[in-house]
Write a protein that binds this ligand. Structure first.
Ligand code: URP
Ligand code: ZN
Ligand code: ZN
Ligand code: ZN
Length: 457
């Protein structure tokens, strides 16, 4: 395998920015410096005038997820390929057993599906019920598969959601392993009660999805997740945090000395709930949980991001096509499959609306999109860093380019883009995955099945 050199780029990490060449061979970064001498036959990428960043890590995706009577429309190949087109070179997806299903059986199913990925992938294990068997299986997947993070859903009661007692069990078992618990925070029973009332009143449109899951329902659960972790003396990681109430709970806990990791997603930073007023059922494209929030929450999230309270911007990439999947809930919002695509646009959106507006520094962008997820989830410094010995996962970003997001041109396998029409400053121009140029000049050169499983212990 011949090497590749990226010449003359502005190398940007979570801490530094400097001009250098980066030479990669055997899937690793082997030299960084000015005017590097490289073997004949080395592929050369000229990055003059461009930034070179560590490959993006998206620690929250759902490729080919069986959910709400259908399956998310990007599989591990198409979803990771879309990520590569957007500068993301590793994902951490979720194994989600059904209630009462063996964790190991679910693991085998997801591991098999993921073999087609073209970027590296790890898994969080969702724990959707609890008992002696689950405890043993949590230990087993930690040991055998290096799965060092577990996920609980406080929403989706009656399906994949757990109650407080089960959650305490998960936290305690994870604690004994030294593993991290992550939580989807919404009060499941409150959501169900609100859904019943709205549907009984004939309020069945996408807008009512948002009304059935108000911000205080999330804030309560965020506070409870933090409290339950505190009872066990553990940190906790809050996935897709969307609102002021949840931030308040996080600030309080952190001021009292508890470690709370926070993730948000571009849709919660950039969209407000007016999206649910779109005509012709188009609001369904934005049906996800938690929902897109009213105006005001977005600015609070940006502040939390810029002051370091939010660690990771992931996507919760979970696409469903409008014409044959979202439409399942045409007459009842509770039947609209929850989720949307985002993996391809994450970094460009954070550059355009974070860095170019002055809300974030470029180093902060690298931190929240690439480095922090690696550190939190046991991948650093193999991932999330530009240094000798790290995986050769990199991308170049040309700040002079511009484009407009559209479902007509994206690589995500879905017929809507929730950022349709958003102007983008700059562009991902080359993506190197494990030392191979997998995206260049707008063209994907990915190889199905080239992604590697990431053991994180
Ligand atoms: O609506 C969403 N977020 N769908 C994916 C599952 C989840 O809750 O993350
Ligand atoms: Zn969730
Ligand atoms: Zn999710
Ligand atoms: Zn279609």
């Amino acid at each position: 395998m011949s090497g590749i050199v990226i010449r003359n780029g502005q190398v940007v990490t979570a801490l530094d920015q400097y001009v250098a060449d980066i030479y990669c061979e055997g899937g690793k970064i082997v030299a960084i410096g000015e005017n590097l001498e490289v073997p004949a036959g080395t592929e050369v990428v000229d990055a003059s005038g461009q930034y070179v960043l560590p490959g993006g890590i998206d620690a929250h995706t759902h490729m080919e997820l069986p959910f709400m009577g259908t399956v998310s429309s990007d599989d591990f190949f198409t979803g990771t390929a879309a990520g590569v087109a957007g500068g993301t070179t590793s994902i951490i997806d979720f194994i989600i057993p059904s209630r009462n299903q063996s964790l190991v059986e679910a693991r085998d199913f997801w591991m098999n599906n993921a073999k087609k990925a073209c970027a590296d992938y790890g898994f969080h294990m969702a724990v959707t019920w609890y008992g002696e068997q689950v405890e043993q299986e949590m230990r087993r997947v930690y040991r055998e598969d290096g799965i060092s993070s577990f996920k609980v859903f406080m929403a989706y009661t009656g399906a994949i959601g757990v109650d407080d007692d089960e959650m305490i069990g998960v936290i305690d078992t994870a604690a004994s392993l030294g593993a991290l618990v992550t939580a989807h925070c919404e009060h499941g029973l409150a959501v169900q009660a609100l859904q019943r009332k709205l549907v009984a009143q004939g309020k069945t449109s996408p807008r009512h999805h948002a009304e059935s899951r108000p911000s205080w329902v999330e804030g309560e659960a965020t506070n409870r997740a933090i409290m339950l972790a505190r009872c066990s003396g553990q940190p906790i990681y809050i996935v897709h945090l969307t609102c002021k109430e949840s931030l308040d709970a996080v600030v309080r806990a952190r001021q009292e000395g508890q470690l709370v990791y926070v993730e948000t997603c571009p849709q919660y930073l950039l969209l407000d709930d007016s999206v649910y007023d779109k005509p012709d059922f188009e609001g369904a494209a934005y049906v996800m949980s938690p929902p897109i929030r009213p105006k005001g929450h977005q600015e609070a999230l940006w502040h939390a991001l810029s002051c370091g309270l939010i660690h990771h911007v992931a996507t919760d990439h979970c696409p469903f096509r409008q014409h044959d999947q979202k439409v399942m809930g045409l007459h009842d919002f509770t039947k609209i499959p929850n989720g949307a695509a985002g993996i391809e646009n994450r970094i460009a959106l954070m550059y355009t609306y974070g860095v170019a507006t002055g809300r974030l520094t470029l180093n902060q962008l690298v931190d929240v999109c690439c480095t922090q997820p690696a550190k939190i989830f046991g991948l650093y410094p193999r991932k999330g860093a530009i240094r000798v010995g790290a995986d050769a996962d990199l991308f170049t970003y040309d700040p002079a380019a511009s484009s407009t997001i559209s479902a007509r041109t994206h690589h995500q396998r879905v017929d809507r883009n929730i950022f349709e029409g958003f102007e983008i400053r700059g562009a991902v121009t080359n993506t190197v995955v494990a030392g191979r140029l997998a995206f260049t000049k707008g063209e994907l050169r990915v190889e199905r099945g080239s992604g590697r499983y990431l053991h994180r212990v």
